[in-house]
Design a protein around this ligand. Structure first.
Ligand SMILES: [Zn+2]
Length: 348
């Protein structure tokens, strides 16, 4: 149940949105990076993990209209130049980002981005492009949706405790629990636990028939409409859970493949998952060394010209409804400095 404080905050956000007060903000060096993953039709079947992961198409269009009307929507190249020069200017700015490289970014998001003529960047895990493969959190969701099993035991995580997945709500709860647990173990252990999960559920995500991610032709077509592409690793591991050299190889491979396919340098990277514990100082230095100009995280807050670390760019998860997003963005811009509050688990 929502607290009185949350109700009051939401009322404040709603009134700020309805009064269109965001449009009155003058000069600001603030830049907010919004994070999306999938854009879905509102009646699609999925296990809900919040609007940062599955974002309803109608909400998305409403948000883009609001952002276009209120903020300067810029690309990552302009963002990097602005932060480097230390000179903000004009209205506060927004960068629209998508992680992973989902097919629906092409089928559903691109028409909206074209309609309103706004830039965006898509961070792709190159190993999944053009395949029927999925990120490992998506593999868990796929297996839970496809299985005919109504309860199981996952001994490597929970011993002999039975887990019931009779209802969609139970599946959603378990989906989040498993993903959360697997983010905290070494990469090799994660792979073993996933194999056990798929065996007990009787589903192998490698057999999926439908392509969930973009292919290279779609990426090139999106690029021709002004959409930027950044690297997001090759195999989408949590990089800090891999041996350092392996993590470096995975990052470099994604940059190399993307550059070959696009025929131009790739200057921007986003860490898979992106929490503070998902990367390290060594990886940060390595990203700079191999030629990335920016690295995005899910550390929470606005970015500011002259003070933001371009190798730990902050992002906020896209919220819905639009008035909630508008209120949160206004609060961050008015605060004038990055918040120490963190995003919740954004399962990317
Ligand atoms: Zn991701």
């Amino acid at each position: 149940m929502m607290s009185v404080k949350t109700h009051l905050r939401n009322l404040f956000y709603y009134l700020m949105y309805r009064s269109r007060v965001s449009k009155l903000i003058g000069q600001s060096s603030g830049c907010i990076q919004l994070l999306y993953h999938q854009i879905v039709s509102c009646n699609a079947t999925f296990l809900d993990k919040g609007p940062v992961v599955h974002h309803c198409l109608e909400d998305f269009e409403q948000e883009i209209r609001f952002l276009k009307d209120t903020y300067r929507i810029i690309g990552m190249d302009e963002f990097a130049d602005t932060i480097n020069s230390g000179k903000g200017g004009g209205r506060p700015s927004v960068v629209i980002t998508f992680d992973d490289g989902y097919l629906d970014n092409y089928t559903l998001a691109l028409p909206i981005l074209k309609k309103y003529q706004v830039p965006a960047i898509v961070y792709v895990a190159t190993g999944l492009i053009g395949t029927n493969g999925m990120t490992w959190p998506d593999q868990i969701e796929y297996a839970l949706l496809k299985t005919r099993t109504t309860f199981f035991r996952l001994s490597s995580l929970w011993g002999e405790d039975p887990v019931s997945i009779e209802t969609k709500a139970q599946k959603e709860h378990i989906n989040v629990r498993i993903a959360k647990a697997l983010k905290e173990v070494p990469d090799s252990a994660r792979k073993c636990i996933l194999q056990e999960l798929f065996a007990v559920l009787g589903v192998n995500p490698a057999d999926a028939c439908d392509r969930k991610m973009l292919n290279w032709d779609e990426i090139r077509e999106m690029a021709s409409h002004g959409i930027e592409f950044g690297a997001h690793s090759h195999s989408h591991p949590i990089l800090s859970r891999l041996p350092l050299e392996e993590a470096k190889r995975d990052i470099l491979l994604s940059k190399t493949i993307l550059e070959e396919q696009l025929g131009k340098p790739v200057r921007h990277f986003a860490y898979p998952n992106g929490r503070a514990e998902d990367f390290s100082e060594e990886l940060r230095s390595y990203c700079r060394e191999i030629g990335f100009d920016t690295v995005s995280t899910v550390l929470y807050g606005a970015n500011h010209a002259g003070s933001t670390d371009l190798y730990a760019v902050k992002r906020i998860g896209a919220r819905s409804p639009v008035w909630m997003m508008a209120g949160e963005m206004l609060r961050l811009v008015l605060r004038g400095k990055a918040s120490s509050v963190r995003n919740g688990d954004m399962a990317c």
